[in-house]
Design a protein around this ligand. Structure first.
Ligand SMILES: NC(=O)c1ccc[n+]([C@@H]2O[C@H](COP(=O)([O-])OP(=O)(O)OC[C@H]3O[C@@H](n4cnc5c(N)ncnc54)[C@H](OP(=O)(O)O)[C@@H]3O)[C@@H](O)[C@H]2O)c1
Length: 311
């Protein structure tokens, strides 16, 4: 196991964090720090899964109390009120938390209008990170460029400390960067061994855009039985952790922020205890990446891609 004696904050270049006794944070290209493990409100906690507010608020409070200070929300999850209520109920000071929400770029609604509505629902004065949820609504490159200019105006107002994008392919990033005054700080994408997106992660690193991985547990949840499973099993035994923790560490050890979620408080607490206590070697990271190339699986936004499209 790597030493836990040294501590080093990575940036968006893909440098992996040195070992620490807590979840590391990463420095974004605008100077803000982002915790590298997040609790997401988009899958289990989404309003499409439950309509009872307490079913969202209470697990989120438990997650915050367990140490998940990076909270990943979105307008489309329909639960920004509950996220805001959980933040208040947790009693944790606002400035210790890192709160993300996302705009769906709905037709007929400006991003400023969507953002003001999100802030009102969250009952917050600012978010730490505001994202364009996907590029797929845009009918032209100019649509993406205009949307990004609206994001820049929100950042300039101080109500979003950082701004970024989600589900962007290289072509969408290139279009955005052509006219951007402020480059996106992050690109949040589905990322796991069975969806490594060709050159996209390298492109983000070269442009100092931090990568956030959603659905990082896919190889142990929705796409079981694939070629990384035996490697996860061996490493889980070696480090005395679960296969899911290997999957999360695989992201962190590539300098990638991992966004997970769980309705199981014990699972969340165990992640917090185990993940800072071990680190994969570069060879182990590489072995998982190489084995992952043997299978392709995409769990989200599939309608936008053909079955064999690995971008
Ligand atoms: N930007 C986007 O378009 C986008 C899309 C999707 C997601 N996201 C964000 O990413 C967050 C996380 O997404 P995700 O839920 O796909 O992440 P994930 O970390 O891959 O999966 C979490 C799920 O795995 C389950 N799980 C954990 N260990 C397991 C095991 N050993 N066996 C079976 N199931 C297990 C958990 O269930 P338990 O509750 O039982 O622990 C939980 O439902 C979302 O909430 C959202 O914030 C963003």
């Amino acid at each position: 196991m790597h030493s836990i004696a040294s501590y080093f904050k990575p940036d968006a270049s893909g440098a992996d964090p040195k070992q620490a006794s807590f979840i590391p944070s990463l420095k974004l290209n605008d100077g803000h720090d982002i915790p590298m493990l997040a609790y997401g409100l988009g899958t289990k906690a989404s309003k499409t899964k439950t309509t009872k507010s307490d079913d969202i608020i209470n697990p989120t409070v438990a997650a915050i109390k367990a140490g998940y200070f990076h909270l990943d929300g979105a307008e489309s999850y329909g639960n920004e009120e509950e996220l805001g209520a959980a933040i208040k109920k947790s009693g944790v000071a606002r400035e210790r938390l890192f709160v993300t929400t996302k705009t769906s770029c709905r037709e007929g609604v400006t991003i400023e209008e969507a953002f003001s509505a999100s802030l009102a629902k969250l009952k917050l004065d600012y978010v730490d990170l505001y994202l364009i949820h996907s590029p797929f609504w845009a009918k032209s490159p100019q649509d993406l460029q205009r949307a990004w200019a609206e994001m820049e105006a929100i950042k300039e107002s101080g109500r979003a400390k950082s701004i970024g994008v989600s589900n962007y392919l290289q072509e969408h990033l290139e279009t955005t960067l052509q006219t951007a005054r402020v480059p996106p700080a992050v690109n949040q994408i589905e990322y796991h061994p069975y969806l490594q997106h060709g050159d996209l992660v390298d492109f983000c690193r070269k442009n100092e855009i931090a990568v956030e991985a959603y659905a990082p547990l896919t190889a142990v949840t929705k796409a079981t039985g694939g070629p990384v499973e035996p490697i996860y099993q061996v490493l889980a035994r070696k480090y005395g952790v679960s296969e899911g923790e290997i999957a999360l560490r695989w992201c962190l050890d590539q300098g990638i922020i991992a966004i997970t979620t769980s309705s199981n408080e014990l699972r969340l607490q165990t992640y917090m205890r185990n993940i800072p206590a071990f680190k994969l070697t570069p060879k182990e990271v590489d072995d998982i990446a190489k084995a992952g190339q043997g299978k392709h699986f995409r769990g989200f936004w599939g309608a936008q891609f053909s079955d064999d499209d690995r971008r």
